[in-house]
Write a protein that binds this ligand. Structure first.
Ligand code: GAP
Length: 432
């Protein structure tokens, strides 16, 4: 993990935020390469969850929702961790992390456990009083429930159907940590999939989504052996859940949740109907009945997925007697797809390389690098996961062919420039 964190910092993938001011408690910025990676991860999720399906639509709801939302959803009352403070060093711990009656840091006396709500509060408008209090959403899901009737009416949606959303969520975590695994500001990719209120229908779709989501991680490169399913015990279920299975990844610090798939029943639609006075039921034309659907919710973390993809891709090997760091990312997720390198900075090679850069740039992210030895340039791209390298050399100037180099095998081919775009497309494996 330390090596990956160092690589992420060194190459501008992910690094601590606000560093010039000494950092800000577990917030991170995605640099130029991390931003590309993040876009690709979200795009891959959107593709398989929305684009490739006829029964899911997308949504982009507000982060600031009416404060009654959180009373209805149960987050004001139940979204809390028990917390203890050390009377000596003033450090705050989650009660279950403290591990006993004394402070794990200084041995001092601890306070009684108190409930600590994890939602960030702020005020809407110029007056800072209770009536103006709003919350930064701790999950994107609630925006979907609030807009349920809107989506059904405007899209003429018929059960079963889902509404998907990607966006920021905020939790005032007591113990953030493990790099981007647990932070206070993070991104979620959530789907609320509405089904007929029937135990068999619920069981069928729950199984469908647990499998579909597990296979998504495999499809984009995570090894099966580092993934597992873990059903929650009754005692650890969230207040809205009647059954949850986590998809876990074997991080260097142990198995950790990547995604939770929950059976939310009609909890949220019931509560919002009750609190808002709006009837959030669905009219089933087949049975001529009105009811509130049940929900299956696969809820994934963008940042945790990125951490898992990076960890799984990180490798060290030896190339030409030299140690190499390589990120074996799936080409579809790799921040940059092709590095373009003129072998020499003369003899028309840079100009030719720029022409190749322009040719490829239209279809994918490409970098141009003319600095240092060619071996060094290959290594620089290997360690950020660029799957293909194109080198322009003296032969190129004679016959319009280039060397195409593969990150994983380090093998090389000779390819005509005219054939390059189609070849790169094929190698990336874009799904059409
Ligand atoms: N709507 C359901 C929900 O929010 P959750 O299990 O609390 O369920 C879902 O969160 C996913 O969001 C987690 O599996 C994880 O990937 C991500 N997540 C939750 N808290 C996080 C945090 N503090 N930092 C980074 N990711 C987090």
């Amino acid at each position: 993990m330390d090596k990956l964190v160092a690589l992420c910092k060194r190459r501008g993938i992910v690094f601590p935020s606000s560093e010039i001011y000494g950092g800000l408690g577990s917030t991170f910025d995605y640099g130029p390469l991390g931003t590309e990676l993040k876009r690709n991860v979200k795009e891959a999720w959107w593709r398989s969850t929305v684009q490739e399906r006829a029964d899911v639509v997308g949504l982009d709801s507000a982060i600031l929702l009416h404060p009654r939302t959180w009373a209805a959803s149960g987050h004001l009352a139940s979204f809390a961790d028990p917390m203890v403070d050390c009377k000596g060093c003033k450090q705050r711990f989650r009660a279950d992390d403290a591990g006993g009656p004394r402070c794990p840091r200084c041995g001092g006396e601890l306070t009684e456990a108190r409930s600590f709500n994890l939602m960030f509060k702020t005020f809407m408008g110029p007056v800072e009083d209770t009536a103006a209090t709003v919350y930064l959403r701790p999950e994107t899901a609630q925006g979907i429930f609030l807009d349920f009737a809107e989506v059904v009416d405007t899209q003429r949606a018929k059960l079963p159907f889902g509404v998907a959303q990607i966006g920021k969520a905020f939790r005032n975590e007591i113990t953030p940590g493990n790099f981007i695994f647990r932070t206070r500001e993070f991104e979620q990719m959530e789907l609320e999939f509405f089904v007929r209120p029937d135990p068999q229908e619920e069981a069928r779709w729950f199984e469908h989504w647990v499998n579909a989501r597990f296979e998504w991680y495999v499809r984009y490169g995570i090894s099966r052996e580092r993934l597992r399913l873990r059903p929650h015990a009754q005692s650890e279920l969230a207040h809205y859940s009647r059954g949850t299975t986590d998809i876990e990844y074997r991080y260097p610090f142990g198995w950790g949740e990547l995604e939770g798939v929950a059976k939310r029943g009609s909890f949220d639609l019931d509560r919002h109907s009750e609190f808002s006075g709006r009837d959030l039921s669905y009219f089933d034309e087949a049975t001529r009945q009105r009811y509130r659907p049940w929900v299956i919710e696969p809820s994934a973390g963008v940042d945790r997925s990125i951490l898992a993809f990076l960890l799984d891709a990180y490798a060290e090997d030896v190339v030409e007697d030299e140690k190499r760091v390589v990120l074996r990312l799936d080409p579809r997720l790799a921040p940059v797809k092709v590095g373009v390198f003129p072998l020499l900075r003369k003899a028309g090679q840079p100009e030719k390389a720029h022409a190749v850069f322009d040719l490829l740039k239209r279809r994918c992210m490409v970098v141009f690098d003319a600095a240092g030895s060619i071996g060094r340039r290959y290594r620089r791209q290997d360690e950020v996961g660029t799957p293909f390298g194109v080198t322009i050399d003296h032969e190129t100037m004679q016959d319009d062919t280039v060397t195409l180099r593969y990150r994983d095998s380090t093998k090389q081919d000779r390819v005509a420039i005219a054939a390059l775009p189609a070849r790169i497309d094929e190698l990336i494996g874009w799904e059409d």
